[in-house]
Structure formats: structure tokens, C-alpha cells
Design a protein around this ligand. Structure first.
Ligand code: SF4
Ligand code: SF4
Length: 203
């Protein structure tokens, strides 16, 4: 028979008189410590539907699908697959689109479908070739971020939606006419067909 080492004996005696490290959850409520990585919480108002979080999610819990007919991007988050790694929060381009809760940890379910969340974002589609460019909110976010520099990029597309208030819908449809000055316009191109569009700016 091997005798216990002194260190192990000491730990065994100490454990008899120290409080337990584990909690009695689910019999008693558990309070997670600060910065605990619990369920990711999406703020739809701060999410622009850019796809970045889907590209960094290790188990593929976030998926994106574009429906060209309805002109929407569908984002689905399956928390049954989530490993609470925090990569989506870390890489979110707005910094506020998704954050892991340090309070919500008990999400176990028998029905996995209740762990699915869905968002929809309006798409920006090239009127010439029909290619999906991105979501309107994503483009608006880039413009807010770039400020005046947004106008220096040909690939910085479609500044013409109403959200940006750079041109009214009826102004976008009109062709170039006499009297329209060069300073009132800039070129944008579709990344797929490279079709140039002249956009009139009205302040
Ligand atoms: S926490 Fe990790 S696994 Fe969960 S959705 Fe975010 S990136 Fe994916
Ligand atoms: S990275 Fe952020 S903004 Fe982009 S889709 Fe994910 S949550 Fe939304």
C-alpha cells in the first residue's frame, strides 16, 4: 500500500474546512464572474450585416444567405453550435453588433430550433449586372467611417441610397443633362461588371 504524500494529505485536510469552489447550480442560482463569456447578444441596430463574424466563427454557427429576389441578406446564428469563444465580438466591424453576455449562461434546450436567431438586412444590388454588392447598412457604415474620403474611391459603391441622403431617389434615375456640373457628380463602379454610374450629389 502506498502512503499519501504529505502535500496531498495537507490538501485533503484543507478542503474539509474551506468553502466549495463549485456552485450548487441548477439547485441554486449561479452568478458568473465579470467578463464571463456567455451567450452572444446581437444588437440589430449596430449590426450592418457585413459577414465578418461568420468568417471568423470557428464552428460555423453564423451563416449568411442572400435572397436576390427579395433583395435581403438573411443572417442566422445557431447558438446550439456556439462555443462562446468571443471571436464574433472581437472582430465585429462596428464594435457593437454582437457582445457576449456575462449574465446569460443557461441556454441548454431540448428543442435546438429555439437556439436559432435570424436577422434580415436590405441588399444593395447592381442595377446593371444584378451582382450583390453588400447591404445598404454596410455601405452607409463605411461612408460614415470614411467621411469625405469615401468620395475618392471608385469602388466605394452606391452612395445614392436615401440613408446617406446624398441624392434623392428621383435624382438617381435621371441621366446627365445640360447644366449638370462636373463638381456635382462622381463615378462609382460595380465590383462585378465594373459598370460606371454617375451619381449626382445634392446638398
Ligand atoms: S462566440 Fe465564437 S462560436 Fe459563438 S457565435 Fe461568436 S464566433 Fe461563433
Ligand atoms: S461583424 Fe458585426 S456588423 Fe458584421 S455581421 Fe457580424 S455582428 Fe453584424
Amino acid at each position: 500500500m502506498r502512503y499519501p504524500k504529505l502535500r496531498e494529505l495537507r490538501e485533503a485536510v484543507l478542503s474539509l474546512v474551506t468553502p466549495a469552489y463549485t456552485t450548487r447550480f441548477p439547485k441554486e442560482p449561479h452568478t458568473p464572474f465579470k467578463n464571463y463569456r456567455g451567450k452572444p447578444i446581437v444588437s440589430d441596430a449596430d449590426c450592418v450585416g457585413c459577414e465578418t463574424c461568420a468568417n471568423v466563427c470557428p464552428p460555423g454557427a453564423i451563416t449568411f444567405r442572400d435572397d436576390k429576389e427579395k433583395r435581403i441578406r438573411i443572417i442566422e446564428r445557431d447558438y446550439g453550435k456556439c462555443i462562446f469563444c468571443g471571436q464574433c465580438e472581437e472582430h465585429c466591424i462596428t464594435g457593437k453588433g454582437v457582445k457576449l453576455s456575462d449574465e446569460i449562461y443557461d441556454i441548454a434546450q431540448f428543442d435546438r430550433t429555439v437556439l436559432m436567431e435570424r436577422q434580415e438586412k436590405e441588399l444593395l444590388i447592381c442595377e446593371s449586372c444584378g451582382a450583390v454588392i453588400t447591404t445598404k447598412e454596410h455601405l452607409a457604415f463605411m461612408h460614415r467611417k470614411l467621411g469625405p474620403r469615401a468620395f475618392s474611391s471608385l469602388l466605394n459603391l452606391n452612395v445614392l441610397n436615401e440613408q446617406l441622403r446624398l441624392a434623392r431617389a428621383e435624382d438617381i434615375k435621371v441621366g446627365v443633362r445640360d447644366g449638370l456640373k462636373r463638381k456635382d457628380m462622381f463615378n462609382i463602379v460595380c465590383p462585378n461588371c465594373l459598370r460606371k454610374i454617375l451619381v449626382k450629389i445634392s446638398y
